[in-house]
Ligand binder design. Structure first.
Ligand SMILES: Nc1ncnc2c1ncn2[C@@H]1O[C@H](COP(=O)(O)OP(=O)(O)OP(=O)(O)O)[C@@H](O)[C@H]1O
Ligand SMILES: [Mg+2]
Length: 265
């Protein structure tokens, strides 16, 4: 089976800014992978390239085995995407939004209604299906967008900050549903988040991105062990990003000292 995502020196510049700088990343077919990093780290730019919305400046990427530059249609058929900004239409009902997605994905007419019912049930939206989306809470909208993104049973799902702006309860509900979705469909998931708790709960592996490059990658456990015996994922984040911002060129020294300290216990 092809890797869900495989990149080879994937790069995107905007004028002077190199938003994503020679990224090499492999995500396997059943993995939940988290991209962490401060504002401007390059997370959304990476996801946009992987979803064919933004052409790379150089380098290559395959998603579901297809080249994002030369096989855009195949890539798009293989993926679901929930963008960072809300994308559901508030003037339509939940069910109407799902019908729109079904048409967008060229889903066979005979399968549409059944799939829509399944998606509504999985996201606990059956009762709200015929209400206008503008009456939904933020958490319900996010769940609807997840339902829209999974309707065509993609092999890779991209979620850009799936729980941004949600209260803790709504966030936990979205987490539950992402986990159910992954369990029932076996989809690979690539998500970005600023919530370390979310990364820890959902992700098999995470990468800490900073200024367009991957500063650290591994399981949450591995990364915490790299930073120190009692380290949390928050410490990992600060260690690989905040320290660089605050301490300038001393980052490498600090990293080395801390690594030594953790080895010594
Ligand atoms: N269309 C664009 N034109 C110019 N610069 C851009 C564009 N899109 C992104 N950038 C720049 O690229 C860099 C990475 O942005 P990106 O949106 O990928 O970061 P991010 O990690 O998703 O941040 P956030 O956590 O705030 O969502 C930033 O410096 C941003 O200003
Ligand atoms: Mg972003």
């Amino acid at each position: 089976m092809a890797a869900a995502v495989e990149t080879d020196d994937l790069t995107r510049s905007f004028g002077e800014i190199t938003a994503v700088d020679r990224l090499n990343l492999t995500v396997s077919g059943d993995e939940v992978f988290g991209l962490l990093g401060p504002n401007g780290a390059g997370k959304t730019t990476t996801i946009k390239m992987l979803t064919t919305l933004l052409p790379p400046t150089s380098g290559r990427a395959h998603v579901g085995g297809f080249d994002v530059a030369t096989q855009q249609a195949e890539v798009r058929r293989s993926i679901g995407y929930v963008p960072q900004l809300l994308s559901a239409d508030g003037q339509l009902t939940g069910r109407e939004n799902l019908r729109l997605s079904a048409r967008l994905y060229h889903m066979p007419r005979s399968e549409r209604d059944g799939r829509i019912e399944d998606a509504l049930r999985l996201m606990a939206l059956t009762d709200a299906a015929d209400r206008l989306v503008r009456t939904y809470s933020g958490g319900m909208i996010r769940r609807l967008e997840l339902a829209q993104a999974m309707l065509h049973q993609p092999s890779v799902l991209f979620l850009d900050e799936p729980t941004i702006g949600l209260d803790p309860t709504a966030r936990a509900t979205v987490w539950d549903h992402v986990q159910d979705l992954q369990a029932s469909m076996g989809t690979a998931i690539v998500l970005t988040t600023h919530y370390m708790e979310e990364a820890e709960l959902l992700c098999d592996r995470v990468a800490v991105m900073h200024r367009g490059v991957i500063a650290a990658i591994g399981t949450p456990e591995e990364l915490k062990a790299q930073v120190g015996p009692e380290a949390t994922l928050d410490d990992v984040f600060t260690h690989f990003t905040g320290a660089d911002i605050n301490e300038g060129g001393r980052f490498r020294d600090i990293a080395r000292t801390r690594r030594t300290a953790s080895r010594l216990g």
